[in-house]
Design a protein around this ligand. Structure first.
Ligand SMILES: Nc1ncnc2c1ncn2[C@@H]1O[C@H](COP(=O)(O)OP(=O)(O)OP(=O)(O)O)[C@@H](O)[C@H]1O
Ligand SMILES: [Mg+2]
Length: 460
């Protein structure tokens, strides 16, 4: 009875009325019978001359039997009525209790739904046996770009959500064995193909008798990226400090050796036969010297000569040189320059960034390839982007770019990007890389308030 479904109060009322009606009918039947037989006292002896059955003793006995049956029916009716009354009262009270508990269940469901949907973290409810979505919250829709109705009833695999699809089975096994998991890092793909690093937990819950898993995920893509950049910059700063420490010490003896080599070169009588070797040694020393010069730029923590400049004017000045260099390799450089605000820039350093990125782009492309330099505003940043049509950067290389001396080229020093990152940092700009088999794009993002930030840096 306790777990019986709630009976509507109207139904109980109808039951009660039926009960009353039954009792009334029986009572009325009894009265009628008594009247027909001239009896007003149910249960007293039956004698009725006016009645068609009055002279028949058998009929008289039947009357008595009928009367007894009728009396019995009235009692049954009465008892049913009383029982019905108590049953009605009982059902009514039970109903009240159930309605109350159902109401509080409904309220708690509504509370859960509000928390579920308003949660800034991604939340989903999936079936435990096949991982089909039962519900997703607003953050899921916003971050992944799929509507609720679109995903409900489907699995993450149907949407190619997993970057690493076997993880779904691993998580399901973990949930099956332990009932929950916490702080797992997963990479999922959004509707637009962007990859998001998410950290989250899952717990098995019962939803209307079906085993489900409630998943909460936090988007840590940006903090992961930042972590990587900080690590990179830390390495860069360390290398910069080392460079500052030993750069000058190495340069001085090199200068001395170079001076003597030049001197010997002039001594025709004894050294003429080694003229070529002397030349080579001097060239190698010059190369070492230029590497040290580049290396030393890593040690800087401020731009040297900053002034209010426009990125477009720097690009326009350097463009013919870049185009001429590219043309020698049958490659092309274009510039698409939007109107951008002036920024506090060190012109030489910005040129250096452009030169290094263009050099890398040219190295990555085969003949006929194009490089596009763009400047544009994407609030709150002014962007300088350099896009090439090269082979792209492999994931294992992408991890390491910007680390001083990391190169995949035979003749590279591996300082080009390290210098770019250093220069960007000194201008309070960040560097983003997007790469794929059709090319690579480097985005240098200068904040609008680069001016203020640089001034603050200088003061401190
Ligand atoms: N646009 C690009 N396309 C493909 N790979 C690139 C690109 N830019 C950089 N790389 C990869 O990153 C590595 C590091 O680049 P970086 O500019 O720091 O050094 P490098 O070009 O090898 O040497 P250098 O010091 O002469 O610049 C390169 O060796 C190359 O493998
Ligand atoms: Mg390079």
């Amino acid at each position: 009875m306790l777990c019986c479904p709630i009976i509507k109060n109207k139904t109980i009322f109808v039951l009660f009325l039926c009960n009353l009606l039954l009792f009334s009918i029986l009572y009325y039947a009894h009265i009628c019978y008594a009247e027909v037989n001239g009896k007003d006292q149910p249960g007293s002896p039956v004698v009725n001359q006016g009645n068609i059955f009055s002279n028949d003793q058998t009929v008289h006995t039947q009357y008595s039997n009928f009367y007894e049956i009728n009396k019995g029916l009235v009692w049954v009716g009465l008892l049913t009525s009383v029982a019905g009354f108590f049953l009605t009262v009982f059902l009514f009270r039970k109903n009240k209790e159930l309605t109350k508990s159902q109401l509080s269940l409904k309220q708690s469901e509504q509370r859960f739904a509000r928390v579920f949907h308003a949660n800034p973290n991604i939340q989903t409810i999936n079936r435990l046996d096949d991982f089909r979505f039962i519900d997703v919250n607003d953050s899921f829709e916003k971050i992944f770009g799929y509507g609720r109705e679109e995903v409900i009833g489907y699995t993450p695999l149907d949407f190619n959500l997993w970057v690493n699809p076997q993880l779904q089975q691993e998580l399901l096994t973990l949930l099956g064995n332990e009932g929950h998991y916490t702080d797992k890092e997963v990479i999922l793909r959004t509707n637009s193909g962007e990859e998001k690093v998410l950290q989250g937990s899952g717990v098995v819950v019962d939803v209307t008798g079906v085993s489900c898993v409630l998943i909460s995920l936090r988007d840590i893509t940006e903090s992961k990226q930042m972590e990587k950049e900080i690590k990179k910059l830390d390495r860069l700063n360390l290398v910069g400090q080392v460079a500052a420490g030993i750069g000058h010490e190495i340069r001085n003896p090199l200068t001395t050796v170079r001076g003597f080599l030049q001197l010997f070169q002039t001594k025709k009588e004894s050294c003429d036969i080694y003229k070529e070797q002397f030349m080579l040694m001097i060239e190698e020393l010059d190369r070492a010297n230029s590497i040290i010069t580049e290396f030393l730029t890593l040690a800087r923590n401020k731009p040297e000569r900053v002034e209010m400049k426009n990125l477009n004017s720097i690009v326009t000045k350097i463009l013919p040189l870049l185009q001429a260099q590219a043309l020698k390799e049958e490659k092309y450089v274009y510039a698409v320059l939007d109107k951008v605000p002036d920024l506090l820039l060190d012109e030489n350093e910005i040129r250096q960034i452009i030169l290094n990125l263009i050099r890398n782009g040219l190295d990555a492309m085969s003949r006929g390839g194009n490089i596009t330099i763009r400047t544009y505003i994407q609030e709150p940043h002014t962007i300088l982007s350099i896009r090439d049509e090269g082979e792209g950067i492999k994931p294992e290389v992408l991890e390491k770019i910007g680390t001083p001396f990391y190169t995949t080229k035979d003749s590279g020093t591996g300082l080009g990007l390290a210098i770019c990152y250093g220069i960007a940092e000194r201008h309070n700009a960040s560097v983003d890389v997007k790469t794929g088999p059709n090319g690579t794009i480097f985005l240098i993002k200068f904040p609008f308030d680069n001016q203020n930030q640089l001034c603050n840096t200088k003061v401190s």
